[in-house]
Design a protein around this ligand. Structure first.
Ligand code: G3P
Length: 218
């Protein structure tokens, strides 16, 4: 499973990228707002750091404006993926941009029927938001299972990758990997949490203490 990092914070992207763990980046208007930076400048800067897919989201609700914005954003670098919302206009923009060989990430997906139609409209990625479903007491993981089943029923016709978004815990990352999701977009804090385990720390402390007791140096 590919790891995308879900942030527009350059420091976080640089640090994780240096670790070698970043396969791509996803941003959205809320993450741009949080960064406090100019949208296109941030996308340009991310593209200088990361060679994998970078999702940049359109900011209009109108199909023609979405297409124009998508065309403009796609000129920033050859690894820009245009993120459009899962609306009628968003899907028309998706179809149009994908016909021009521009990769599209269809975002704000909350049902398997939405995921099916996005795939038929040429989405490169579908972004189901599992955390936000959990927030309203719907099992987000069930949606991932349903979408993977649907897409795998038609491997020759539906080539959209399942990009799990709105991830809130390390456990969810492992669960969607078990299901065979193609990509998880993960907040930096959760990537760091995935590394940690109290038994690793306890075990390492005791190895270090015993090593000292041997009186040896390396
Ligand atoms: O990239 C969009 C998605 O990951 C948002 O997550 O935590 O705002 O629901 P969240």
């Amino acid at each position: 499973m590919k790891f995308f990092v879900d942030t527009a914070n350059i420091d976080e992207i640089s640090e994780l990228s240096e670790m070698g763990i970043v396969d791509g980046v996803t941003t959205n208007p809320s993450l741009i707002y949080k960064s406090g930076r100019d949208f296109k400048e941030v996308i340009k800067e991310i593209a200088r750091i990361v060679s994998g897919p970078i999702s940049a989201e359109v900011t209009s609700l109108d199909k023609n404006e979405m297409i124009d914005q998508g065309l403009e954003l796609s000129k920033i670098a050859n690894n820009i993926v245009i993120k459009v919302p899962l609306t009628e206009h968003g899907l028309i923009a998706c179809k149009n941009l994908s016909k021009k060989s521009i990769k599209v990430n269809v975002t704000l997906c909350f049902s398997s029927s939405q995921a099916l139609i996005a795939s038929k409209m040429g989405a490169t990625y579908i972004s189901p938001f599992i955390g936000r479903l959990d927030d309203i007491s719907n099992e987000g993981l069930n949606l991932i299972e349903e979408i993977i089943t649907i897409y795998s029923n038609y491997p020759d016709r539906l080539s959209t990758e399942v990009l799990v978004a709105s991830i809130r815990s390390p456990l969810q990352v492992a669960q969607v990997a078990q299901m065979g999701a193609d990509v998880a977009t993960i907040p930096p804090k959760i990537i760091k949490q995935m590394i940690k385990h109290p038994l690793t720390d306890i075990g390492l402390n005791s190895f270090m203490e015993d090593w000292k007791k041997t009186g040896q140096t390396f």
